[in-house]
Design a protein around this ligand. Structure first.
Ligand SMILES: [Fe+2]
Length: 257
């Protein structure tokens, strides 16, 4: 069994005092990393929106903080990230597309349209996905991306779902080895089964979007992370843990971000 930790959407800022909707995102990310110290994991997946404004300060902080986690950390970009800014940071690790662990392969996709909140894989990325699936020799596959490929039940967020969701779903649902699809972006816990595969998302390490709200709205739920067990027989077991934050400070009346 492979034990995976997912952290997502830390939205680190241009300086250490940066706040998003009242929340000091550097502080809440630190608190989440402190909380996961008690967990047992072999790898970490960070599924995008590492920074709020793609600043080198944010990326330097992120890679510095995760370098002490005692496990390799793999990341993919979110709509607030810029690959060009990440690559300028001396301590940044590379964007790795495929991670093989035990009898599983984890794929990391780029669903970003730069400077646009909406998601799209695009023909080149869909080709990469097909190629990585084709050359795969592992028994089971987990596919990760930033944006959701299925509706989560909030109109404003579901407008940002990957534009080519139909093409993506056709590829993964015609590949018997794919057991699950995991994402960030929606800043909330979500899971559903589609044709025997688990589709799921995870709370951000900072602000939380209110579930089932058609317009932008924040929730006062605490930040969180997800522990995922990839079983040898292809099953995925997983659990979200919330991390209480003293002086959390979230402004639930905030009208946007
Ligand atoms: Fe985000």
């Amino acid at each position: 069994m492979a034990r995976i930790l997912q952290v997502t959407d830390p939205h680190l800022g241009v300086n250490d005092q940066y706040r998003l909707a009242g929340v000091n995102t550097l502080h809440t990310f630190k608190m989440v990393l402190d909380a996961v110290a008690k967990e047992d994991y072999e790898i970490v997946l960070a599924t995008g929106d590492i920074a709020s404004e793609a600043s080198t300060r944010a990326y330097a902080n992120f890679f510095d903080m995760v370098s002490n986690m005692g496990a390799p950390v793999y990341w993919l970009p979110g709509n607030h990230d810029l690959l060009g800014s990440i690559s300028k940071v001396p301590n940044a690790t590379e964007f790795i597309r495929a991670i093989d662990i035990e009898n599983w392969r984890i794929l990391m996709l780029d669903s970003v349209i730069e400077h646009n909140p909406n998601g799209r894989l695009g023909s080149a990325e869909l080709e990469i996905l097909k190629q990585l699936l084709q050359e795969n020799t592992q028994e089971h596959v987990l596919v990760c991306l930033h944006h959701q490929p299925v509706d989560v039940g909030s109109a404003w967020l579901d407008n940002q779902k990957i534009e080519d969701a139909d093409e993506f779903l056709e590829i993964v649902e015609n590949e018997p080895n794919v057991r699950g699809v995991l994402w960030g972006h929606v800043h909330q816990e979500f899971s559903t089964m589609r044709n025997g595969r688990l589709f799921f998302s995870t709370p951000s390490t900072c602000i939380q979007f209110k579930a089932n709200s058609d317009d932008f709205a924040l929730d006062d739920l605490f930040p969180g992370y997800r522990m995922i067990e990839l079983k040898p027989d292809g099953r995925i077991e997983s659990e979200v843990t919330r991390v209480p934050i003293e002086d959390y400070g979230v402004d639930v009346d905030c009208a946007g971000y």
